[in-house]
Design a protein around this ligand. Structure first.
Ligand SMILES: [Zn+2]
Length: 324
């Protein structure tokens, strides 16, 4: 976000609204004392916890406790206590949907307590390397300490057989970052999509961490194929959703992509594309949560014109993502 915004401001396109939103986020992230962890039952033995940072998925059952993402380090005790109200015992596994600090900040505490951390190969690599992350408190963090690093990593798919479900973890290439996981609980009919899905706004695409709009679209298309009308969908941020919500998000993403592509096809540069406000029809519904219409336009234009320079962007629609 930080360098995304500084790039944007170099291009002279950052609005005051976006800047103040970012400052509000930065201040907002620093005081955790008032944060309350709320537990919402998703279905059966699956729960969603909200506090600050990414939504946490919880599977509790006879094999133990398995969670998806762990928010910020100062919240670990509160998170443990909320999980303790569901089921007593240690947290056996955490999967990080990606490397950002609002999803991995609790790793060190959990790792020290013996929780096994699972993530895509790129999550471990990026955490080990350090550099900018998105916890807003520390724009230039050091490399992560060993206890916080994933100890089980995978490159394409991974199965976890826990609490009566054959949990499947799929890598979604070049989406929100280059190390995103989609976590599917087929028996429970639940998906956790991490930050590939913001249920009330445009997605944040972290191009500096290898993300692209096309990758987010591919991942959401894949998630739609894994879903039916009864599927419960945990987004990275925003309220619990279902397949019709995800379909609306997909349709918006495809609309944004095509609107921006039509400017690229006419040879418009970023400035000309932005001046045309190609996302205006979606901005009221999707542009007020975190990412503005201008910001998603920048991401779309950059993803479509700068990425995959060796391939025609349109071919990416039928890319090899997850065609099972
Ligand atoms: Zn993220």
């Amino acid at each position: 976000m930080i360098s995304q915004l500084s790039k944007a401001s170099r291009l002279g396109i950052i609005s005051l609204t976006a800047a103040s939103l970012f400052m509000a986020q930065a201040t907002w992230a620093q005081d955790f004392s008032a944060v309350e962890i709320k537990t919402e039952k998703v279905t059966g033995n699956i729960y969603m916890l909200t506090g600050r940072g990414g939504n946490i998925g919880v599977s509790a059952g006879s094999d133990g406790i398995f969670i998806v993402d762990d928010q910020f380090a100062p919240l670990t005790d509160k998170i443990k206590s909320a999980i303790g109200d569901i089921q007593s015992g240690d947290i056996d596994f955490v999967i990080n949907t990606h490397w950002h600090g609002d999803h991995t900040g609790g790793n060190e505490n959990l790792g020290k307590a013996g929780t096994t951390i699972v993530a895509h190969d790129r999550v471990r690599a990026r955490m080990q390397q350090g550099g900018r992350d998105l916890d807003f408190r520390n724009p230039e963090p050091e490399a992560s300490v060993p206890d916080s690093l994933p100890v089980i990593t995978y490159n394409d798919e991974l199965g976890l057989h826990l609490n009566g479900d054959a949990v499947r973890i799929y890598h979604a290439p070049r989406g929100h970052t280059d190390g995103d996981s989609i976590v599917h609980f087929p028996s429970s009919n639940v998906l956790h999509l991490g930050d590939l899905y913001f249920s009330t706004g445009y997605p944040f695409v972290d191009r500096d961490s290898g993300g692209s709009l096309q990758g987010v679209i591919r991942a959401i298309k894949f998630a739609l194929r894994l879903s039916d009308d009864d599927t419960k969908i945990i987004p990275g941020h925003g309220p619990l959703a279902d397949r019709s919500d995800l379909q609306r998000y997909y349709d918006m993403l495809v609309g944004v992509r095509d609107a921006v592509q039509s400017h690229i096809d006419r040879g418009h540069d970023l400035k000309q594309t932005m001046a045309a406000k190609p996302t205006s029809q979606w901005d009221e519904a999707w542009g007020e949560y975190f990412i503005s219409g201008d910001q998603i336009t920048v991401v779309a234009w950059q993803s479509l014109s700068l990425d995959y320079a060796h391939q025609k962007p349109r071919r990416q629609r039928h890319g090899h993502g997850h065609q099972h």
